[in-house]
Structure formats: structure tokens, C-alpha cells
Design a protein around this ligand. Structure first.
Ligand SMILES: NC(=O)c1ccc[n+]([C@@H]2O[C@H](COP(=O)([O-])OP(=O)(O)OC[C@H]3O[C@@H](n4cnc5c(N)ncnc54)[C@H](O)[C@@H]3O)[C@@H](O)[C@H]2O)c1
Length: 386
């Protein structure tokens, strides 16, 4: 398979894990990076032995086939559009962009040019996501009728060095975190048809306590920091869906699904591994660990975590390698812009329903991506034995 050259635009917080992981993936080779702050690109380039370029120069490099867009969400559309116009495949961090119409433009533009556009999260392609999909598709828990999904914490200002954008329009736990949870649910259940939601902001202001130049800075909150929704899937399941940065502590599992033949707990789609728990009707939970599957072994911990928290599987770049492999074969890629665009439509529907108090239909439809087998996943890894 031809190896595709990769250039990263956006050399902030998340870029390090991409740069660390990329050499372990098949079919992709990281060549260069760029940032509107040239010093950020230079620092990452020196650390990872790649070229630091201006954004224009990166887009003009003939040996760069894929642009990985790790800028902040408000720049995703501009950078993604420029990369497509330069004839590059694009893989971006979530959300695909802020405006739903812009996401549709990006997807249409890529299709028109015969290019691929992909988007994080790619965690559903990890071992935990694949195991959940296998168990669901095997029919063990039957048809999903209902479920619950919770992401609740007390915000980002205690760990992110520059957390301003999280509390402005385009940020908030819906646009920032729901992509993981809605992405995982759409991969399992298919498209969203309608949402009903309430949204609120528990705190008018946030004090930055993370170390760095922003420490002590006060951020005015301009976007909802709690959203509680009922997300109705076209297939018939209704999921109670809560995303909040106003909660100090809670005890809800990330995703529980209730089927006609049993119940199922899906691993946290913030990560690539984890255990799936399911029941045969009212029986005990049957626990299946995904750690022995490709992209399931815990390999990473956040520097911000308490020592008591275990390592987790973090194989960011998996979606990029899968996109590169699909481009080489001429097959559909799975962590696609179309999927991300549908998820963005559902997120905006939650925000709109929160504003109006009325149910909001989601017009776009997408098929579930094809499931990724363990053998297909293993072929995307060239790093040390997992
Ligand atoms: N930090 C995380 O743990 C994390 C995790 C998952 C996903 N993400 C996503 O990754 C993206 C980046 O997040 P981050 O935490 O790395 O943010 P960040 O603020 O640390 O870094 C973003 C970088 O993009 C650069 N940038 C902004 N606009 C640009 C433009 N128009 N052209 C070129 N460079 C530009 C900034 O200078 C900065 O260096 C976001 O979409 C975020 O949702 C972050």
C-alpha cells in the first residue's frame, strides 16, 4: 500500500499525541506541521523531527497527501476548506466545524474533488467500540429500545492551559464532548431522527486554575454548560443524553443500552479500549474486556489524572490510518465527514431545542459505517506488539 504524506495544521495541546502515535500506523508518514503561531510549529517540529512550515507552504507541499486539522473549532472550516482546495485529503479534530451548513459544504466539496474528509472521534474504531458493535450486531441484547448516556464533569479550566474557547459559542460540552458519545451511538444505532432538550449554564464565570499564562484569568460563560436531552434514533431507540461541565461528581456509566433480550454497557468512547458488559435478559452482567484486541491495550494516562486512575487506551491517528487505507483501496472510510456532519446536525438540534423548548427534527441521514474487523484493525498498526 502506498504511504501517504501527512501534514498537521494546529500545534497545540492535542497535537503531541498525534505526533507521538503517527509513526506506529501503517500507510501514513508525518512530514511537517504548521500553526498560525510559528513558534508552536517550530517547537513541535524540533521535538518530532519534522519540518515546520507556514500554512501556505504546507498546503503547497506535493508530498503531503493528508492534512490533519488540529486547530480550534472556529478555524476548522477555514483550514479544512483551504486543504481541500489544495487537493489534500483532510482529517480533522472534532467537531468537524461549528456551523452545520459549513460541515455540509466541506463534505460536498471533498466529494466533488474526489478527496476524503474524515473527522475525530475515531474512538469507535478502537477495541472497545468494535467489541460493543460485535455484541450488539450478534443480537445478544436484541433490538435497542432505550438507553442513557452521561458525560459530566466540572469543566476544563482546571487542566487546559488555554480553556477560553470551551466556554464560548462553538465550545460547551455539547459541541466539544457530544461528538464522542453521539458518534459512538450512531455507530451502534444508526442516525438520529429527533431531539428534545433543556440547556443551562450553571456558572456565569469560570476561573482558570490550570498552570500557565492564563492562570487566574476569568472567563465569561457564553454557551450552555449543561444539556439534558432525549435523543430519538430513526431505528426507534430513545436515549436520555446528558452532557455537563457543571457537575462535581456522579455515578452514571457513560452509555447503557436496554434491548429486547438484555442490557449492555458500552465503554467510554473518550478512549479506544475498555470493557463491554451485557446481560442475557435479567441475568448477571457478563464482562468482556477488549484489552487483548487490536487498539485495546491501555497505553496512556493524562498528566492531569489522579494517581488512582488507571491508564487508558489512546490510539489517536487510527481514523487517519483507516482513511489512508480506504483512499488506497477506493473504499468508504469510517470516521467520515458525513458521519461528523450528521452528528453536528444532532448537536445543533440539541442546542436549538434547549433554546426553544420544542422538539427538533434532524433532517440528515447516514448509514452506520461498516464494522471494522480485528484483522482489518490490526493491519493499520506497525508499532510495537500491543
Ligand atoms: N486538548 C485535548 O485534550 C483535546 C482532546 C480531543 C480533541 N481536541 C480537539 O482538538 C482541537 C484542538 O484542541 P487543542 O486542545 O489542541 O487546542 P489548542 O488551543 O491547545 O491548540 C490549537 C492550535 O491551533 C492553532 N490555530 C488556531 N487557529 C489556527 C488557524 N486558523 N491556522 C493555524 N493554526 C491555528 C493555535 O495557534 C493553537 O496552537 C479542538 O478541536 C479540540 O476540540 C482536543
Amino acid at each position: 500500500m502506498k504511504t501517504l504524506g501527512v501534514g498537521i495544521v494546529g500545534c497545540g495541546n492535542i497535537s503531541t499525541i498525534y505526533m507521538q502515535n503517527m509513526p506506529n500506523f501503517a500507510g501514513v508518514r508525518l512530514l511537517a506541521c504548521a500553526d498560525m503561531r510559528p513558534e508552536a510549529a517550530q517547537a513541535q517540529a524540533a521535538k518530532f523531527g519534522i519540518d515546520a512550515l507556514s500554512i501556505d507552504a504546507l498546503l503547497k507541499r506535493a508530498d503531503i497527501d493528508i492534512v490533519v486539522n488540529l486547530t480550534t473549532p472556529n478555524a476548522h472550516f477555514e483550514v479544512g476548506s483551504a486543504a481541500l482546495a489544495a487537493g489534500k485529503h483532510v482529517f480533522g479534530e472534532k467537531p468537524i466545524c461549528v456551523e452545520a451548513a459549513h460541515a455540509q459544504t466541506l463534505v460536498a466539496e471533498a466529494a466533488k474533488r474526489g478527496l476524503k474528509i474524515g473527522c475525530a472521534p475515531d474512538t469507535f474504531l478502537g477495541a472497545g467500540g468494535r467489541l460493543a458493535r460485535e455484541i450488539l450486531d450478534s443480537g445478544k441484547v436484541g433490538r435497542i429500545l432505550a438507553g442513557s448516556c452521561f458525560l459530566m464533569s466540572h469543566g476544563m479550566e482546571h487542566w487546559h492551559p488555554d480553556p477560553e474557547f470551551f466556554f464560548k459559542p462553538g465550545g460547551g460540552p455539547i459541541l466539544d464532548m457530544a461528538p464522542y458519545y453521539l458518534g459512538a451511538l450512531v455507530n451502534l444505532l444508526g442516525p438520529v431522527a429527533q431531539v428534545t432538550a433543556r440547556t443551562s449554564s450553571g456558572f456565569a464565570e469560570r476561573l482558570v486554575t490550570s498552570e500557565g499564562p492564563r492562570k487566574g484569568h476569568r472567563i465569561t460563560v457564553e454557551t450552555p454548560t449543561t444539556a439534558m436531552a432525549i435523543v430519538s434514533f430513526a431505528g426507534g431507540a430513545d436515549i436520555v443524553f446528558t452532557m455537563s461541565w457543571d457537575v462535581w461528581k456522579h455515578g452514571h456509566p457513560p452509555i447503557e443500552l436496554y434491548g429486547t433480550e438484555g442490557s449492555m454497557r458500552v465503554p467510554d468512547p473518550n478512549f479506544f479500549g475498555g470493557t463491554v458488559e451485557y446481560t442475557e435478559r435479567g441475568g448477571d452482567w457478563i464482562v468482556v474486556d477488549s484489552a487483548s484486541k487490536p487498539f485495546g491495550k491501555p497505553n496512556w494516562r493524562s498528566p492531569n489524572w489522579a494517581p488512582t486512575l488507571p491508564n487508558r487506551a489512546n490510539y489517536r491517528c487510527l481514523g487517519i490510518a483507516e482513511l489512508a487505507s480506504a483512499a488506497a483501496r477506493g473504499t468508504p472510510h469510517r470516521a467520515s465527514g458525513a458521519l461528523a456532519s450528521h452528528v453536528l446536525d444532532a448537536m445543533h438540534a440539541i442546542l436549538e431545542s434547549g433554546r426553544t423548548g420544542a422538539p427538533v427534527a434532524v433532517a440528515s441521514r447516514i448509514d452506520r459505517p461498516a464494522s471494522l474487523t480485528d484483522a482489518e484493525a490490526a493491519a493499520l498498526w506497525t508499532g510495537p506488539k500491543q
